[in-house]
Design a protein around this ligand. Structure first.
Ligand code: B12
Length: 454
């Protein structure tokens, strides 16, 4: 079967989930293609490319903020390829708002949770004329002879643990060479030739605003969410990447790399240094930055650690965000990284439910104290399936269209403690601090690169 995937992003982008699905399908002899609807597209160009695609099935991937545009693209697919062209949607938004997605007239199937085995089962059933309405993880619409529609809401299947048996992400789905050449895969110091990879899936923590909490809830009773590959398997993929592409650094898309088992980390970092020896970036929790973890990562060549601060107030983090992490631990992690020469990126959010301007300014104050090398901030987005989404719903904080866009202050939730004009003001203050951080970093980098006087 020829499957056309559709994704949306504001820049040229590579989606791990879709790349994994595509690799599975190709391994089974299917053909795949991708349209990433980015800023170079308009609906006319999308129409033309869909028409020319020869697709036999269209798979659309959607995060929450992307759903309005993905739904529109699904409409266009049906207009161009006909009502009988099967469409399936998957991704975070679909997993946690499946009723909303399946009720969209242009979507025939919705995938809840991980899609590899579900999509393969669906394609097998379609090709063999089997039952497409009884596949775990897949919700489907059955159109009855009287014109009525029955929605089949199937169960979630158990998580598969054997990530080593998965094919590598299908990097041929995009022009990866061009992506690596430009700045398409990262925003950090190593701007080009940065290869994204992942050593595992899932995070053990239940932060109340994060999509991972929704995943932990979804898979309760269906296996352990946190899974990682063998060191052997991971090193083999890194070597393949180096052989096939001009890679100058790796960016690990694992949620909290230091959450992996201690012995695994020791083995991995040792082999990484010996056999790969390229700079790399990790995302980690500050409170998992033990001396041992930082020493291992640093010795293996880690050039940057990304850490979520989210809110500067310890008590707010614990009480509302379910994030039991002291400011002292954050200070310690940032200081220790600086001593080891690892750059630090701090990730922050403005506009949590019950946040006030003074709490947001505490976020800014904590960031000033820890003096990050990169300062990122986003508008709070309410993700279905998380505790804070329910809080927003209960309190009436969600606007009718709640698909907040993380860079647009106006898209924040509506609440009395922090109004949109206040958020806009804070946004400007955060931007000013980001500019300051960027300037300081550039000076540091320039000093590092300057020739030493003899
Ligand atoms: C790595 C990562 C990133 C990477 C890149 C991700 C990428 N492009 O692949 C970076 C750092 C760049 C990134 C950026 C952002 N991310 Co991010 N990211 C993650 C993270 C940690 C892992 C994602 C991943 O690779 N998972 C493994 C793959 C295999 O799973 P998957 O992508 O979900 O795909 C599977 C299923 O969803 C399904 N599926 C997906 N698509 C389709 C399509 C079809 C047809 C089918 C059948 C199935 C299917 O099958 C896939 C294979 O099993 C998750 C957290 C998490 N727990 O997953 C957050 C997460 C996905 N990100 C999130 C968000 C919001 C963002 C940002 C908007 C930034 C922000 N402010 O938080 C940006 C948006 C980027 C963009 N272009 O739009 C949210 C999404 C929540 C939501 N409900 O929308 C998450 C859950 C984290 C969070 N903040 O809560 N992200």
């Amino acid at each position: 079967m020829r499957v056309l995937f559709v994704t949306h992003s504001v820049d040229k982008f590579f989606y791990a989930g879709v790349a994994s699905l595509s690799a599975f399908l190709k391994r089974e002899g299917h053909e795949t293609a991708l349209i990433n609807y980015d800023q170079k597209y308009d609906f006319e160009r999308f129409r033309r490319e869909v028409r020319a695609s020869n697709a036999q099935m269209v798979g659309l991937s959607s995060l929450t903020y992307q759903w309005p545009i993905i739904e529109k693209l699904a409409d266009i697919v049906k207009e161009e390829l006909g009502k009988d062209m099967p469409t399936i949607a998957g991704g975070f938004h679909v997993s946690f708002s499946p009723d909303e997605v399946i009720s969209s007239p242009s979507i025939d199937f919705a995938c809840k949770g991980e899609g590899e085995f579900a999509l393969m089962d669906l394609i097998r059933a379609m090709e063999s004329g089997g039952d497409v309405h009884n596949i775990p993880n897949i919700w489907s619409k059955e159109r009855k002879a009287d014109g009525s529609i029955r929605v089949h809401r199937n169960e979630i299947r158990n998580l598969d643990r054997d990530l080593d048996s998965y094919p590598y992400w299908d990097r041929k789905l995009v022009d990866f060479g061009a992506l690596l050449d430009g700045s398409g895969t990262t925003t950090y110091q190593h701007k080009s030739h940065v290869m994204p990879v992942a050593a595992g899936r899932g995070c053990p923590y239940r932060c109340a605003y994060c999509g991972n909490q929704s995943l932990l809830n979804l898979y309760k009773g269906h296996g352990t969410l946190v899974r990682r590959r063998s060191v052997e398997g991971m090193i083999a993929e890194l070597k393949m990447c180096i052989d096939e592409y001009e890679v100058r650094s790796f960016e690990f898309w694992d949620e909290d790399f230091f959450a992996y088992q201690r012995q695994w980390l020791r083995d991995f970092f040792k082999r990484y240094k010996e056999e790969i020896n390229l700079p790399f970036l990790l995302s980690v929790r500050a409170d998992n930055c033990t001396d041992e973890n930082l020493d291992l990562a640093s010795a293996a060549g880690c050039h940057l650690l990304c850490m979520g601060i989210e809110c500067g107030d310890e008590e707010f983090r614990r009480r509302y965000l379910n994030r039991n992490m002291s400011n002292e631990k954050i200070h310690r992690a940032f200081k220790r990284c600086r001593e080891l020469g690892i750059e630090r990126a701090a990730l922050n959010i403005i506009g949590f439910p019950y946040e006030t301007p003074s709490l947001s300014r505490k976020t800014l104050a904590l960031n000033r104290e820890i003096d990050p090398d990169y300062f990122h901030f986003y508008i709070y987005q309410a993700f279905p399936g998380c505790d804070l989404f329910e809080v927003c719903k209960k309190e009436g904080f969600l606007p009718d269209i709640y698909y907040a866009v993380y860079q647009i202050p106006e898209s924040a939730i509506i609440q009395p403690s922090l109004t949109i004009p206040e958020i806009k003001e804070l946004w400007t203050e955060f931007e000013a601090f980001r500019d300051e951080v960027d300037r300081k970093r550039e000076v540091r980098h320039a000093a590092r690169l300057a020739p030493v006087a003899t």
